[in-house]
Design a protein around this ligand. Structure first.
Ligand code: F0G
Length: 347
């Protein structure tokens, strides 16, 4: 069952809306086995969004936005992307027979994300410039042509993405104390906050979580309060200098009593390895940013030991292995038999 079928009554869909699901959503909320104990946090969970059909949380919003575009008679879909949005849009377009055009910042997106968009049959344009320029260009073009804009400025994307907040509550029985997630274009933090507030209004939760957003130091406009002209970070998914949902992010932060802070690339890559090697969860660099921030918050004693904390792992580590491989030992090259193998391994 996809998110439209599971949360139909909370979504802007009606009897005429086609269900175009790929079985997105219902991702595991994995309790920490080792990191929580090491940090002294009793209730630490990872929402493993990398298990969505195209490997990131984007599928939740995309299924709703594509269904609604189809219902409204659109034939051509377009987005700007740091990689995951384009992979997701291309997959749902393939499924529904719509044309997909994706615009990505040239040379700036992970190869595996690019290969997804190409394999799903999208027309891919690698535009010179950064993501912010790509989004600006796509917004301009779609305002003049019969082409549906599928970035998270499309409200149907936010509607679909809020289902992740519902799932967390449905599983925990209440909202967590802290929801920690990466912030790039800021649609996701906006969507989670909307989801928690809607469940609160419906009496499904007794409290609202503090929303804690992580940006990368070289791409931290919301932290510094000014757009970044030339954003830089190893976490290409959140290499964004002027987020479209800026205000959604600051509202979520301020209304929830949360925070948005920056972490360095070194902290991100260290958190990525620790997550993989001590929890068995391989997430892409952007998804490790919130864990890096959590490490710092625990060190600064800003999170209570008995609180319930959920870290959102937004995308699979398989999306961008190049970034990760720079930080692990390469395989042992061996030409030999079982005896030499045992010797090399010091068994
Ligand atoms: N994590 C991953 C893996 C992402 O791909 C993104 C955004 C984010 C976090 C940040 O989410 O933008 O809602 O604040 N990726 C977009 C894309 C920009 O084009 O795929 P956000």
């Amino acid at each position: 069952m996809g998110v439209i079928a599971r949360y139909r009554q909370h979504l802007p869909v009606g009897p005429a809306t086609p269900d175009v699901d790929l079985g997105e959503g219902s991702t595991p909320l994995v309790p920490s086995q080792n990191i929580g104990r090491a940090l002294g946090l009793k209730h630490l969970y990872f929402k493993y969004e990398g298990l969505n059909p195209t490997g990131s949380f984007k599928d939740r919003g995309m299924v709703v936005a594509v269904a609604r575009a189809l219902e409204g008679g659109s034939r051509v879909l377009m987005c700007a992307s740091t990689g995951n949005t384009s992979a997701s849009m291309a997959a749902y377009a393939a499924r529904t027979g719509l044309r997909a055009i994706v615009v990505v910042p040239s040379g700036e997106i992970a190869l595996n994300k690019l290969s997804q968009a190409l394999m799903y049959g999208a027309k891919v344009v690698a535009l010179k410039g950064n993501f912010d320029f790509a989004l600006q260009t796509v917004r301009e073009l779609t305002s003049h042509h019969q082409v549906a804009l599928m970035n998270s400025v499309n409200p149907d994307r936010i509607e679909g993405q809020k289902t992740a907040a519902f799932e967390i509550v449905d599983e925990l029985g209440d909202a967590p104390d802290y929801l920690v997630l990466p912030v790039g274009n800021a649609g996701n933090i906006t969507a989670y906050w909307k989801g928690f507030r809607e469940y609160h209004a419906a009496g499904r939760v007794s409290r609202l979580p503090r929303m804690v957003g992580a940006q990368a130091e070289g791409a931290a406009p919301i932290v510094t309060g000014t757009p970044v002209t030339n954003p830089k970070t190893v976490a290409s998914a959140i290499r964004i200098g002027n987020p479209a949902s800026w205000e959604g992010a600051t509202s979520a932060r301020d209304e929830s009593g949360g925070m948005i802070a920056a972490v360095t690339d070194t902290e991100i890559l260290a958190a990525q390895i620790r997550l993989a090697s001590s929890e068995g969860l391989f997430a892409e660099p952007a998804s490790a940013a919130p864990l890096a921030l959590l490490f710092r918050l625990v060190r600064d004693r800003k999170i209570e030991r008995d609180s319930t904390t959920v870290v959102v792992l937004t995308g699979s580590g398989l999306k961008d292995p190049d970034a990760a491989l720079k930080n692990v030992e390469p395989p042992i090259e061996l030409d030999g038999d079982a005896r030499t193998l045992a010797k090399v391994l010091k068994l």
